[in-house]
Design a protein around this ligand. Structure first.
Ligand SMILES: C[S@@+](CC[C@H](N)C(=O)[O-])C[C@H]1O[C@@H](n2cnc3c(N)ncnc32)[C@H](O)[C@@H]1O
Length: 234
């Protein structure tokens, strides 16, 4: 296969357009085509919005839709279809950028792209450009040390509640992303493991409607926004 194009997985950081790396900005400026993941229900892309100041007017921007379902077959076939869209552009020799929020190798849709590209175009030239994760940006926003000395940091998802926090009881620091729909159980687990006292939540970090919530009980009494994470430590 004559594939002279290149795919770049680019992290755009959590929201502030000044929190992209110089390399990310250059690659975005030089792109022939930019792809981003979108839900079929809502074709707005926050990643594109963040990168907008750097996207040339001549660059094509396209959304790759992924179904909001747990139906594995449907998800699989959507991602194979999406990876094929990218492969088509690489075959034409294009510089292709796939934009992701935060960092592309941290709880990111770019993971699906990497896996599917390995199947359908194993020799594709791919470069991952790291981005600032939401939890690094939140710690910086709070002037708070994430981890130091000989301590450990557990980075986990709260999508299914506080089980991972309980399973790792004793860890000095935690960063919990997707701290929204199961916030009550996350809060309970933080209390059980002695992590509640210094817990702080940050919602929409670096965006104009950013919120810092110091009272996790108050946060747990309502339905937090999807864009919420918690930093906690012993
Ligand atoms: C699918 S994960 C994406 C993580 C992203 N790749 C990263 O490196 O941070 C989505 C979760 O990241 C967190 N998140 C992303 N952006 C955020 C922001 N600006 N402020 C607070 N949390 C954010 C939220 O917990 C959200 O539920």
């Amino acid at each position: 296969m004559n594939n002279t194009g290149k795919l770049f997985g680019v992290g755009v950081g959590p929201g502030d357009p000044e929190l992209l790396t110089i390399k990310a900005v250059r690659v975005i400026k030089e792109a022939d085509i930019i792809f981003t993941a979108a839900s079929p229900k809502n074709n707005y892309s926050l990643a594109v919005d963040i990168a907008k100041p750097y996207i040339s007017t001549s660059t094509r921007v396209e959304q790759l839709f992924f179904p909001m379902t747990k139906e594995e077959k449907e998800v699989e076939s959507a991602w194979i279809h999406n990876a094929k869209q990218i492969a088509k552009q690489l075959e034409k020799g294009k510089k292709v950028v796939f934009l992701t929020l935060g960092d592309p190798v941290t709880y990111s849709t770019f993971g699906y792209i990497l896996k599917k590209m390995a199947c359908i175009m194993p020799k594709a030239d791919i470069e991952t450009i790291p981005g600032i994760t939401s939890f690094h940006a939140a710690a910086a926003r709070l002037n708070r040390i994430l981890v130091e000395g000989e301590e450990s940091l557990l980075v986990t998802s709260g999508a299914f509640g506080g089980e991972q926090i309980r399973n790792n009881s004793g860890v000095e620091n935690v960063a919990i992303v997707k701290a929204y729909k199961n916030i009550k159980d996350i809060n309970k687990a933080l209390k059980e493991t002695g992590l509640a006292e210094k817990a702080v939540a940050v919602s929409k970090c670096g965006r104009k409607d950013e919120q810092i919530i110091n009272d996790i009980d108050e946060l747990a009494s309502r339905q937090p926004d999807y864009w919420t994470l918690i930093l906690a430590s012993q």
